[in-house]
Design a binder for this molecule. Structure first.
Ligand SMILES: *[C@@H]1O[C@H](CO)[C@@H](O)[C@H](O)[C@H]1NC(C)=O
Ligand SMILES: *[C@@H]1O[C@H](CO)[C@@H](O)[C@H](O)[C@H]1NC(C)=O
Ligand SMILES: *[C@@H]1O[C@H](CO)[C@@H](O)[C@H](O)[C@H]1NC(C)=O
Ligand SMILES: *[C@@H]1O[C@H](CO)[C@@H](O)[C@H](O)[C@H]1NC(C)=O
Ligand SMILES: *[C@@H]1O[C@H](CO)[C@@H](O)[C@H](O)[C@H]1NC(C)=O
Ligand SMILES: *[C@@H]1O[C@H](CO)[C@@H](O)[C@H](O)[C@H]1NC(C)=O
Length: 381
């Protein structure tokens, strides 16, 4: 541990709580991806941001398809900001790769609000012995921002970054993390779940288990999220001034509530903190989000899909209203896309909205995830 202080990529080391030992890392990556080329210019003001949301949400249309003019290979050298945590006693046998969703950065997994009461990382590390690797997605937070929020900032280049980081953890080649892990589990939230899904659909042996939180493969409700966000140009919000014009962010906490919080399921003060720490989204991410999880995934590992009962973007506010007596929930339909998952489980968190980690129900969410892993050969100890 102490020797790693000399590594250039190493940013800081602190003992944060009773048991978790965490370090911040800045990891250089070199990635490329086949991105779409879209006939859509970067929105430059609130009216153009809203025009984009209206085009994306027209019923009977697929604006991604309608504005796709071709494909282009995008490549670059970037930096990823990450936080690696492990138990005081040393690294877990299993590391969890935590990919956050739209609207947040890696702090979604280790939220300091209310003395870390909402932290998934503390639960996983302190009580279950996992190592955790949470990173700011490429384009977000302290990772390199995109310079072209439409033709560069798409899910495909971010999946390439997730692949690069996973391979680095597998090979113990990430500067500052020398542990040799027996297994790697991928846990995503929302757009991070889409990336986790897309990564393993293309490369099913790269992961030893998947937890897709705040997720389904029903694209019918994405428009509620896109319209509900009430997007403006992100860099008109003082905290987001470092992003280039084209990134979008909700105009107020109202958009964050619509997208992430179910009625009576959250601490109102936390909503304000979530908004103040909120992160933007690119039009290119929004345009490529649904398509990336449209294909079947042959992964033959344990897969848990866990989504709040009142999730807006993935269930339209009611995951149990399927209109099909043999389909218990909308997320349960992912079974058909993951025919080899062993086992497959879909769990609906009662009363919760989309932002699972930030709702009063988070103990149910964390207990379900961590017990699922422990019961399916993916315990950390
Ligand atoms: C890592 O960086 C974040 C963001 O700057 C900071 O809040 C946190 O305290 C740092 N953690 C450690 C262990 O240094
Ligand atoms: C791009 O969009 C504009 C306006 O929506 C349209 O006039 C033009 O034909 C489109 N070009 C292509 C190549 O699709
Ligand atoms: C819309 O079109 C894109 C690009 O062809 C495709 O990947 C995506 O699956 C489509 N979305 C829906 C909901 O059909
Ligand atoms: C999405 O869910 C709704 C409500 O259960 C259902 O009517 C619709 O057929 C589903 N769409 C897809 C593509 O599964
Ligand atoms: C209802 O759900 C079952 C189980 O997922 C599925 O096999 C079947 O095709 C669905 N029926 C309809 C009409 O969508
Ligand atoms: C932590 O969160 C749980 C679940 O929301 C709640 O019941 C408990 O009171 C909280 N504890 C503290 C110390 O705030």
């Amino acid at each position: 541990m102490v020797q790693s202080l000399t590594i250039a990529a190493f940013a800081a080391l602190t003992s944060v709580a009773a048991a978790a030992r965490c370090q911040n890392l800045t990891i250089p990556i070199s990635v490329s991806a086949r991105n779409g080329v879209f006939n859509q210019t970067n929105p430059t003001n609130a009216i153009e941001a809203t025009n984009f949301a209206l085009r994306m949400s027209r019923q009977g249309h697929n604006y991604t398809q309608e504005s796709l003019t071709g494909y282009n290979t995008v490549s670059g050298n970037y930096q990823i900001a990450a936080t690696y945590c492990e138990p005081d006693a040393g690294p877990g046998k299993v590391v969890q790769v935590l990919t956050h969703g739209i609207g947040f950065d890696r702090s979604y997994w280790d939220f300091s609000y209310n003395n870390y009461n909402y932290s998934y990382v503390r639960e996983a590390v302190d009580h279950y012995g996992y190592s955790t690797f949470a990173f700011d997605r490429l384009g977000i937070g302290m990772s390199t921002h995109f310079t072209d929020p439409i033709n560069e900032g798409q899910i495909w280049i971010e999946v390439a970054a997730l692949r690069y980081l996973t391979q680095g953890l597998r090979a113990s080649s990430i500067p500052g993390i020398s542990a040799k892990f027996q297994k790697i589990v991928h846990v995503g939230h929302s757009f991070g779940s889409s990336q986790t899904y897309a990564l393993t659909a293309a490369d099913p042996s790269i992961s030893d288990g998947l937890v897709l939180t705040g997720f389904s493969q029903n694209g019918s409700f994405a428009s509620q999220f896109i319209l509900g966000s009430n997007f403006i140009i992100a860099n008109t919000v003082p905290a987001l001034s470092s992003y280039v014009t084209g990134y979008l962010a909700p105009q107020s906490a109202v958009g964050v509530q619509i997208d992430f919080f179910a009625p009576n399921s959250f601490d109102p003060q936390l909503l304000q903190v979530a908004y103040q720490n909120g992160q933007p989204v690119t039009p290119g991410e929004i345009m490529t989000l649904v398509g990336a999880s449209a294909k079947p995934n042959p992964v033959a590992k344990p897969v848990l899909v866990i989504t709040g009962e009142h999730d807006t973007p993935y269930c339209g506010g009611d995951c149990l209203a399927t209109g099909n007596a043999s389909l218990p929930s909308i997320p349960a339909a992912s079974r058909m896309f993951l025919p080899n998952a062993a086992p497959f489980q879909a769990f609906i968190v009662p009363g919760s909205g989309h932002g699972l980690n930030f709702e009063y129900s988070h103990p149910t969410t964390y207990g379900t995830i961590l017990n699922f892993l422990a019961q399916n050969g993916l315990a950390a100890k």
